[in-house]
Design a protein around this ligand. Structure first.
Ligand code: ATP
Ligand code: MG
Length: 200
């Protein structure tokens, strides 16, 4: 008797939950590209972006990627996605975190930004990933308003993913989906080296 009553209660709860989910699914009728931000200090922002890019490519979508960080040419995502026709623009050469050459950094960032702007204006791209873009705004290497305008005025069906710590408030406000990744632990803090296939 007890077990059956529990079962009934469980079924009723599940039924209620299903009705709530169905109502919300039915209410989500709008179809358009979205802006996703992966931010926070934990590990997983770029991998989430590249995971989504892989998902999109798996459905035959056109994806363009800009990486606003010193080029690690042998990165696994490049090795996988570039041969599948994904376009990459990596700041790479000329970028100088080490030498503090601000002017050279701005120039390198601007080159990648010009390519990003072109992709953000072209409906041919279903998804544009702007990996580590947040730092370019934080250091004032790129003009925040220009970046916001380009993202805001992109083709209606195009989605954009921005990654990086400390995302600018204006970008957070513009975003449709924001996930903040919180570091609970990181292997590096225990003295474990970054490793190929896991960290790049
Ligand atoms: P990933 O590329 O692994 O998804 P991420 O994009 O979230 O990481 P970034 O800040 O871009 O994080 O970090 C780039 C590199 O620093 C990666 O190799 C990553 O493993 C490492 N890293 C990320 N978070 C931390 C952390 N909290 N402490 C130490 N190293 C980190
Ligand atoms: Mg990253």
């Amino acid at each position: 008797m007890e077990a059956r009553a529990n079962n009934d209660r469980h079924r009723q709860r599940q039924q209620k939950l299903k009705e709530q989910v169905d109502t919300r699914v039915a209410a989500a009728t709008e179809k358009k590209g979205i802006l996703i931000v992966f931010t926070g200090n934990g590990k997983g922002k770029s991998t989430a972006a590249f995971g989504t890019a892989t998902r999109a490519v798996g459905h035959g979508k056109t994806v363009g990627i800009a990486q606003f960080i010193k080029g690690q040419w042998d990165n696994g995502e490049y090795n996988t996605l570039q041969p599948l026709g994904v376009e990459f623009h990596i700041m790479g050469t000329g970028f100088t975190w080490e030498t503090q050459n601000r002017q050279a950094d701005i120039e390198a960032a601007t080159v990648v930004w010009q390519e990003s702007k072109r992709m953000l204006a072209d409906a041919h791209y279903d998804l544009v990933v702007l990996d580590e873009l947040t730092y370019m705004l934080a250091y004032h290497y790129l003009d925040t308003q220009e970046v916001i305008n380009a993202i805001e005025n992109r083709p209606a069906g195009q989605s954009v993913i921005v990654t990086g710590r400390g995302c600018h408030t204006l970008l957070l406000e513009l975003a449709d989906t924001v996930s903040e990744i919180r570091p609970v632990k990181h292997a590096f803090d225990r003295g474990i080296q970054a490793q190929i296939g896991i960290d790049w």
